[in-house]
Ligand binder design. Structure first.
Ligand SMILES: *[C@@H]1O[C@H](CO)[C@@H](O)[C@H](O)[C@H]1NC(C)=O
Ligand SMILES: *[C@@H]1O[C@H](CO)[C@@H](O)[C@H](O)[C@H]1NC(C)=O
Length: 270
């Protein structure tokens, strides 16, 4: 009994020291959006001097990357993960020249952003159409879920993992909701049947496992993003190309999926 109480309080203490406040994460997201709109890193004071910055998994000089060029942001959605001290933002920049869709995951150490990873999609990436992406994302409802209806982190994460696992192994059961819609680049599976589950992904022609999964989870909106290395699609990247899948989970079931995937050759040569 004594042991378990001690153990529990140690576990709580370590959680408390790792956790961030939602307010801090929301403020950092707002600053990130301002910095990206202006192309001005000084608008993001929480950035650590030694920040690790990656674009499409390649270490990049942050002063020469997309975050240092001014971009017209038409729309954005963000997740705030106060357990992992992480934020995720999906930027729709359809009216920017050139158009972009940018998915960014930022990690904090204490009150500083020590890692920024972006999947930066533009013309030629998988099913890329920023106009379509902007149109469809704006039709979706990602409102805050009432507290008593929220899923746990484990349920949210398991739903997204099952979806990615099912691509290489069709026997994995995926908790698709009805309706469920997927926004792949700028194409929307729910464009004609908005009340149906149009998300179901059949098993791919060859078996594979999607590795290097990096998560951001936000129970308030049933949100999950999984940065990952997606094999198979891009012949030039047999070990996997940079990709993210961004989910909304409601009552344990998948409601929306956004996929952003980078291609070496136009539309991954398909
Ligand atoms: C980078 O900066 C953060 C916060 O400012 C600090 O906690 C961390 O130890 C630094 N890492 C290195 C490798 O210097
Ligand atoms: C991109 O999406 C928009 C809106 O859905 C559509 O009107 C346009 O034809 C699409 N462009 C291409 C090249 O498919």
């Amino acid at each position: 009994m004594m042991y378990s109480i001690l153990f529990l309080s140690a576990a709580l203490a370590s959680t408390a020291s790792a956790a961030c406040t939602r307010e801090q994460l929301v403020a950092a997201t707002e600053a990130y959006l301002k910095a990206q709109a202006a192309g001005d890193l000084s608008a993001l004071p929480a950035l650590a001097e030694n920040v690790t910055y990656l674009e499409n998994d390649a270490p990049t000089d942050i002063t020469k990357g997309v975050l240092s060029s001014a971009i017209t942001i038409d729309f954005s959605r963000s997740l705030h993960d106060s357990v992992e001290c992480a934020v995720f933002t999906e930027i729709s920049a359809a009216t920017n020249k050139p158009p972009y869709v940018i998915a960014t995951r930022m990690l904090f150490t204490d009150d500083k952003i020590t890692t920024v990873q972006s999947v930066v999609a533009n013309d030629g990436d998988w099913a890329f159409n920023a106009t379509g992406q902007l149109y469809w994302t704006k039709t979706e409802n990602w409102d805050v879920i009432p507290e008593e209806k929220r899923d746990t982190r484990d349920v949210i994460k398991a739903a997204g993992d099952a979806y990615l696992d099912s691509w290489g192994d069709g026997t994995v059961k995926v908790p698709y909701g009805t309706p469920c819609a997927r926004l792949e680049g700028g194409s929307y599976t729910g464009s004609r049947q908005s009340t149906a589950n149009t998300c179901t992904m059949p098993q791919f022609p060859s078996a594979f496992k999607i590795e290097n999964r990096r998560y951001v989870i936000d129970e308030e909106v049933g949100g999950l993003d999984i940065f990952n290395d997606f094999p198979f699609i891009d012949a030039a990247k047999p070990d996997g190309t940079s990709s993210t899948n961004f989910f909304r989970i409601e009552g344990g079931k998948i409601r929306y999926i956004h996929e952003t995937t980078i291609c070496t050759n136009r539309n991954c040569g398909r």
